[in-house]
Design a protein around this ligand. Structure first.
Ligand code: FES
Length: 319
């Protein structure tokens, strides 16, 4: 990871729901932090060497703090459980960003926001921004149970006469389904639609919005939708240094580069954050990410080296 970093102080940790804590981060020496826009995330550089991306939930007008929320994932690979188990108030941690891959279209007259579980986090920041702008929005928020749904209290304080909040809990459903096709079907044609949540919800959302203009449909994946390409058996040539690195079976391109001592940008390692995007000079990538659009993948001008492989014997990258 070679991106610019900064150290921040953990000022407050809050309990937001079962397995979900919020973390308020301020500049280590006080003062203002880099401004951010709704939908942005920061990367936490954890002391165990892991990098994890977390959406900012607070109001983008705030300059004095970043607030993130971390769900202790039952299948944590060491990121969320490490944050819950080891980060304490008063700790100094290293972050990079903020960056925004899920930007709010502020000019839209109507926004429809769909959240599943911890996917509420970027949408909460969007709600604060939309309220500040006086725009119309609807939130559809699904969670397993009321106790597992973060920020219900905060949402309860939103008093907006031009917007609506629908919450839906798996265990209180009484026969009614969280009906994504109906939610999408009822949204005005000019609305911008946003979805953030577990992979099955995002896949269903993409299917339900397939007929809508692509520039009005916005998704943010927290996790990979498909496995990384680790079949190996190809070479990566680095155009700037003219070095050639063999990508062996069992390795991603990023693994092979790091093993060879080559500094490369990365964060999520799941093809969702965009940090590792690298320009393709020659060759055909085997795209496995959720970051590039279908059109961008078809153009083969860039590749997410953390998860994508090669369909050609050699890939020449702008590194
Ligand atoms: S490191 Fe996040 S997309 Fe590759």
């Amino acid at each position: 990871m070679t991106e610019m970093t900064q150290d921040v102080l953990v000022k407050r940790i809050g309990y937001e729901a079962e397995r979900i804590n919020s973390y308020e981060l301020i500049a280590q020496r006080g003062g203002e932090l880099t401004p951010f826009t709704a939908g942005s995330h920061i990367d936490l550089h954890l002391p165990n060497g892991m990098l994890r991306c977390y959406s900012l939930v607070n109001d983008p007008r705030e300059r004095h703090r970043y607030v993130i929320a971390v769900n202790r994932d039952a299948e944590s690979r060491g990121g969320s459980s490490f944050v819950h188990d080891t980060i304490r108030v008063g700790d100094i941690i290293t972050i990079s960003g903020p960056r925004n891959n899920f930007a709010l279209q502020e000019q839209a007259e109507h926004s429809v926001l769909i959240a599943g579980g911890i996917g509420i986090t970027p949408l909460l920041s969007m709600i604060r921004r939309l309220e500040a702008l006086g725009r119309r929005w609807d939130l559809f928020y699904a969670a397993r149970t009321r106790a597992a749904a973060a920020f219900l209290d905060e949402l309860g304080t939103v008093r907006s006469d031009h917007s609506r909040i629908h919450v839906d809990f798996d265990d209180e459903r009484s026969g009614r389904l969280f009906d994504l096709p109906a939610i999408v079907g009822n949204a005005p044609a000019h609305a911008h639609l946003y979805c953030c949540g577990p992979v099955p919800m995002l896949v269903a959302f993409e299917a339900a919005t397939a007929d809508r203009p692509a520039d009005r449909v916005h998704v943010e994946y927290f996790q990979a939708r498909e496995a990384a390409a680790t079949g190996g058996g190809f070479d990566v040539r680095l155009a700037r240094s003219n070095r050639t690195i063999a990508v062996e079976p069992g390795k991603t391109i990023l693994d092979a580069l790091l093993d060879a001592g080559i500094a490369a940008n990365y964060a999520c390692t799941e093809g969702v954050c965009g940090t590792c995007e690298t320009r393709v000079v020659e060759g055909i990538p085997d795209h496995r990410d959720q970051f590039l659009s279908e059109e961008e993948q078809a153009a083969n001008k860039s590749i997410m080296i953390c998860c994508s492989g090669a369909k050609s014997r050699t890939l020449v990258l702008d590194l």
